[in-house]
Design a protein around this ligand. Structure first.
Ligand code: DC
Length: 223
Protein backbone atom coordinates (compact mmCIF):
# COMPACT_ATOMS: atom_id res chain seq x y z
CA UNK A 1 0.00 0.00 0.00
CA UNK A 2 3.03 2.28 0.08
CA UNK A 3 3.01 5.33 2.30
CA UNK A 4 -0.53 6.45 1.68
CA UNK A 5 -3.27 6.14 4.27
CA UNK A 6 -6.52 4.40 3.46
CA UNK A 7 -9.63 4.57 5.63
CA UNK A 8 -12.42 2.20 4.61
CA UNK A 9 -16.14 2.50 5.32
CA UNK A 10 -18.39 -0.41 4.39
CA UNK A 11 -22.05 -0.84 5.17
CA UNK A 12 -25.53 -1.29 3.74
CA UNK A 13 -27.34 1.16 1.46
CA UNK A 14 -28.67 4.17 3.33
CA UNK A 15 -26.42 3.83 6.39
CA UNK A 16 -24.93 7.26 5.63
CA UNK A 17 -21.62 6.12 4.14
CA UNK A 18 -21.36 8.79 1.44
CA UNK A 19 -22.18 11.71 3.69
CA UNK A 20 -19.92 10.47 6.45
CA UNK A 21 -17.06 9.53 4.12
CA UNK A 22 -17.11 13.00 2.54
CA UNK A 23 -17.24 14.73 5.93
CA UNK A 24 -14.40 12.57 7.28
CA UNK A 25 -12.28 13.13 4.17
CA UNK A 26 -12.90 16.85 4.50
CA UNK A 27 -11.76 16.88 8.14
CA UNK A 28 -8.65 14.85 7.40
CA UNK A 29 -7.91 16.64 4.11
CA UNK A 30 -7.94 13.24 2.39
CA UNK A 31 -9.42 12.41 -1.00
CA UNK A 32 -12.73 10.60 -1.18
CA UNK A 33 -13.42 7.50 -3.26
CA UNK A 34 -17.00 6.36 -3.87
CA UNK A 35 -16.69 2.81 -5.21
CA UNK A 36 -20.47 2.48 -5.65
CA UNK A 37 -20.28 5.33 -8.20
CA UNK A 38 -17.93 3.16 -10.27
CA UNK A 39 -20.35 0.21 -10.28
CA UNK A 40 -23.12 2.64 -11.18
CA UNK A 41 -21.14 4.23 -14.04
CA UNK A 42 -20.41 0.86 -15.65
CA UNK A 43 -24.07 -0.12 -15.24
CA UNK A 44 -25.11 3.09 -17.00
CA UNK A 45 -22.83 2.31 -19.91
CA UNK A 46 -24.16 -1.27 -20.13
CA UNK A 47 -27.73 0.04 -20.21
CA UNK A 48 -26.89 2.65 -22.83
CA UNK A 49 -25.16 0.13 -25.06
CA UNK A 50 -27.75 -2.55 -24.51
CA UNK A 51 -25.16 -5.00 -23.29
CA UNK A 52 -26.51 -8.34 -22.10
CA UNK A 53 -26.38 -7.85 -18.32
CA UNK A 54 -26.66 -11.60 -17.79
CA UNK A 55 -23.39 -12.25 -19.67
CA UNK A 56 -20.29 -11.92 -17.52
CA UNK A 57 -18.12 -12.19 -20.63
CA UNK A 58 -19.88 -9.23 -22.28
CA UNK A 59 -19.63 -7.21 -19.07
CA UNK A 60 -15.90 -7.94 -18.80
CA UNK A 61 -15.39 -6.82 -22.40
CA UNK A 62 -17.31 -3.65 -21.62
CA UNK A 63 -15.32 -2.95 -18.43
CA UNK A 64 -12.06 -3.42 -20.34
CA UNK A 65 -12.94 -0.69 -22.81
CA UNK A 66 -14.21 1.77 -20.23
CA UNK A 67 -12.51 4.50 -18.25
CA UNK A 68 -14.10 5.71 -15.06
CA UNK A 69 -12.64 8.75 -13.40
CA UNK A 70 -13.60 10.50 -10.20
CA UNK A 71 -12.66 14.12 -9.88
CA UNK A 72 -13.24 17.01 -7.56
CA UNK A 73 -13.00 17.51 -3.85
CA UNK A 74 -15.25 17.04 -0.86
CA UNK A 75 -16.37 20.69 -0.87
CA UNK A 76 -17.07 21.23 -4.55
CA UNK A 77 -18.55 17.76 -4.87
CA UNK A 78 -17.27 14.70 -6.60
CA UNK A 79 -17.83 14.40 -10.32
CA UNK A 80 -17.99 11.01 -11.99
CA UNK A 81 -16.68 10.74 -15.53
CA UNK A 82 -17.55 7.83 -17.78
CA UNK A 83 -15.24 7.82 -20.80
CA UNK A 84 -14.66 11.52 -20.11
CA UNK A 85 -18.37 12.38 -19.98
CA UNK A 86 -19.80 13.77 -16.73
CA UNK A 87 -22.46 11.28 -15.57
CA UNK A 88 -22.66 12.37 -11.92
CA UNK A 89 -26.43 12.89 -12.05
CA UNK A 90 -27.37 10.06 -14.39
CA UNK A 91 -25.81 7.33 -12.28
CA UNK A 92 -28.28 8.11 -9.46
CA UNK A 93 -31.46 7.20 -11.33
CA UNK A 94 -33.65 4.37 -10.04
CA UNK A 95 -33.04 2.47 -13.27
CA UNK A 96 -29.28 2.45 -12.66
CA UNK A 97 -29.74 1.75 -8.93
CA UNK A 98 -31.91 -1.29 -9.61
CA UNK A 99 -29.57 -2.72 -12.24
CA UNK A 100 -26.16 -2.39 -10.54
CA UNK A 101 -26.46 -5.86 -9.07
CA UNK A 102 -25.65 -7.41 -12.46
CA UNK A 103 -22.23 -5.76 -12.45
CA UNK A 104 -21.81 -6.27 -8.70
CA UNK A 105 -22.41 -10.01 -8.81
CA UNK A 106 -19.97 -10.77 -11.66
CA UNK A 107 -16.64 -11.85 -10.09
CA UNK A 108 -14.47 -11.03 -13.13
CA UNK A 109 -15.98 -7.58 -13.45
CA UNK A 110 -15.40 -6.97 -9.75
CA UNK A 111 -11.73 -7.90 -10.24
CA UNK A 112 -11.40 -5.12 -12.81
CA UNK A 113 -13.19 -2.63 -10.56
CA UNK A 114 -11.01 -3.61 -7.59
CA UNK A 115 -7.84 -3.04 -9.64
CA UNK A 116 -9.09 0.43 -10.66
CA UNK A 117 -9.86 1.24 -7.02
CA UNK A 118 -6.45 0.08 -5.81
CA UNK A 119 -4.75 2.15 -8.50
CA UNK A 120 -6.48 5.24 -7.10
CA UNK A 121 -5.97 4.25 -3.46
CA UNK A 122 -2.23 3.79 -3.65
CA UNK A 123 -1.60 7.30 -5.00
CA UNK A 124 -3.00 9.47 -2.21
CA UNK A 125 -4.51 9.42 1.25
CA UNK A 126 -8.15 8.44 0.87
CA UNK A 127 -11.39 7.72 2.61
CA UNK A 128 -13.07 5.01 0.55
CA UNK A 129 -16.62 3.72 0.87
CA UNK A 130 -18.42 0.68 -0.51
CA UNK A 131 -19.39 -2.87 0.39
CA UNK A 132 -16.09 -4.79 0.16
CA UNK A 133 -13.49 -2.07 0.56
CA UNK A 134 -12.27 -3.23 3.99
CA UNK A 135 -12.48 -6.94 3.16
CA UNK A 136 -11.32 -7.25 -0.47
CA UNK A 137 -10.06 -3.98 -1.93
CA UNK A 138 -7.91 -2.67 0.92
CA UNK A 139 -7.40 -5.50 3.45
CA UNK A 140 -4.41 -3.63 4.89
CA UNK A 141 -6.22 -0.31 5.32
CA UNK A 142 -5.02 2.05 8.05
CA UNK A 143 -8.49 2.15 9.65
CA UNK A 144 -11.64 0.21 8.85
CA UNK A 145 -15.20 1.06 9.77
CA UNK A 146 -18.50 -0.74 9.28
CA UNK A 147 -21.31 1.78 9.31
CA UNK A 148 -24.72 0.40 10.10
CA UNK A 149 -28.20 1.74 10.86
CA UNK A 150 -31.48 -0.03 11.37
CA UNK A 151 -33.64 -0.74 8.34
CA UNK A 152 -36.45 1.69 9.16
CA UNK A 153 -33.98 4.53 9.73
CA UNK A 154 -32.18 3.81 6.44
CA UNK A 155 -35.47 3.76 4.56
CA UNK A 156 -36.62 7.01 6.16
CA UNK A 157 -33.33 8.73 5.28
CA UNK A 158 -33.70 7.71 1.63
CA UNK A 159 -37.30 8.90 1.55
CA UNK A 160 -36.34 12.27 3.06
CA UNK A 161 -33.42 12.67 0.64
CA UNK A 162 -35.68 12.05 -2.38
CA UNK A 163 -38.44 14.27 -1.06
CA UNK A 164 -35.95 17.08 -0.58
CA UNK A 165 -35.13 16.75 -4.26
CA UNK A 166 -38.82 17.28 -5.00
CA UNK A 167 -39.49 13.66 -5.96
CA UNK A 168 -42.71 11.77 -5.25
CA UNK A 169 -41.85 8.80 -3.10
CA UNK A 170 -43.83 5.61 -2.67
CA UNK A 171 -42.60 4.54 0.75
CA UNK A 172 -43.60 0.89 0.50
CA UNK A 173 -42.00 0.48 -2.93
CA UNK A 174 -38.80 2.15 -1.75
CA UNK A 175 -38.65 -0.15 1.27
CA UNK A 176 -39.14 -3.22 -0.89
CA UNK A 177 -36.32 -2.08 -3.19
CA UNK A 178 -34.03 -1.38 -0.24
CA UNK A 179 -34.78 -4.81 1.19
CA UNK A 180 -34.00 -6.37 -2.17
CA UNK A 181 -30.68 -4.50 -2.41
CA UNK A 182 -29.77 -5.60 1.12
CA UNK A 183 -30.48 -9.22 0.22
CA UNK A 184 -28.38 -8.99 -2.92
CA UNK A 185 -25.52 -7.16 -1.15
CA UNK A 186 -25.33 -9.66 1.71
CA UNK A 187 -25.71 -12.86 -0.30
CA UNK A 188 -23.68 -12.46 -3.52
CA UNK A 189 -20.71 -14.83 -3.70
CA UNK A 190 -18.18 -12.27 -4.93
CA UNK A 191 -17.47 -9.29 -2.71
CA UNK A 192 -20.53 -9.55 -0.46
CA UNK A 193 -21.20 -6.91 2.15
CA UNK A 194 -19.39 -8.17 5.22
CA UNK A 195 -17.81 -6.59 8.23
CA UNK A 196 -14.02 -7.01 8.12
CA UNK A 197 -12.75 -8.78 11.25
CA UNK A 198 -10.74 -5.72 12.20
CA UNK A 199 -13.42 -3.11 11.40
CA UNK A 200 -14.91 -0.85 14.06
CA UNK A 201 -18.72 -1.04 13.95
CA UNK A 202 -20.60 2.23 14.29
CA UNK A 203 -24.39 2.33 14.47
CA UNK A 204 -25.42 5.62 12.94
CA UNK A 205 -29.13 5.21 13.86
CA UNK A 206 -29.06 7.62 16.81
CA UNK A 207 -26.16 9.78 15.60
CA UNK A 208 -25.77 12.94 13.52
CA UNK A 209 -23.20 13.07 10.71
CA UNK A 210 -20.79 14.99 12.95
CA UNK A 211 -21.50 12.48 15.72
CA UNK A 212 -20.38 9.61 13.48
CA UNK A 213 -17.30 11.50 12.27
CA UNK A 214 -16.34 12.41 15.86
CA UNK A 215 -16.64 8.75 16.81
CA UNK A 216 -14.42 7.71 13.87
CA UNK A 217 -11.83 10.35 14.70
CA UNK A 218 -11.29 8.67 18.08
CA UNK A 219 -9.82 5.67 16.26
CA UNK A 220 -7.74 7.53 13.69
CA UNK A 221 -4.15 8.08 14.74
CA UNK A 222 -2.99 11.69 14.32
CA UNK A 223 -6.47 12.36 12.97
O1 DC B 1 -23.22 2.67 -2.57
P1 DC B 1 -24.11 2.69 -3.80
O2 DC B 1 -25.57 2.53 -3.47
O3 DC B 1 -23.85 3.84 -4.69
O4 DC B 1 -23.68 1.37 -4.62
C1 DC B 1 -24.30 1.02 -5.83
C2 DC B 1 -24.29 -0.49 -5.99
O5 DC B 1 -22.97 -0.96 -6.26
C3 DC B 1 -24.78 -1.29 -4.79
O6 DC B 1 -26.06 -1.84 -5.06
C4 DC B 1 -23.82 -2.40 -4.57
C5 DC B 1 -22.68 -2.13 -5.52
N1 DC B 1 -21.39 -1.96 -4.86
C6 DC B 1 -20.60 -3.07 -4.74
O7 DC B 1 -21.01 -4.16 -5.13
N2 DC B 1 -19.36 -2.95 -4.18
C7 DC B 1 -18.91 -1.77 -3.74
N3 DC B 1 -17.68 -1.69 -3.20
C8 DC B 1 -19.73 -0.62 -3.85
C9 DC B 1 -20.97 -0.76 -4.41
Amino acid sequence: MGNTKVITIDGPAGAGKSTVAKALAHRLKFSYLDTGAMYRALTLKALREDVNLESEEDLVALANKTTIDLQGDTTAGLKVFLDEQDVSEEIRTIEVTNNTFYIARAPKVREIMVEMQRAIGTKKNIVVEGRDVGTVVFPDATNKFYLDANFEERAQRRIKELEEKGKDVEAEKLKAELQDRDNKDFTRKAGPLKKADDAVVIDSTPLSIDGVVDEMMKYIKNG
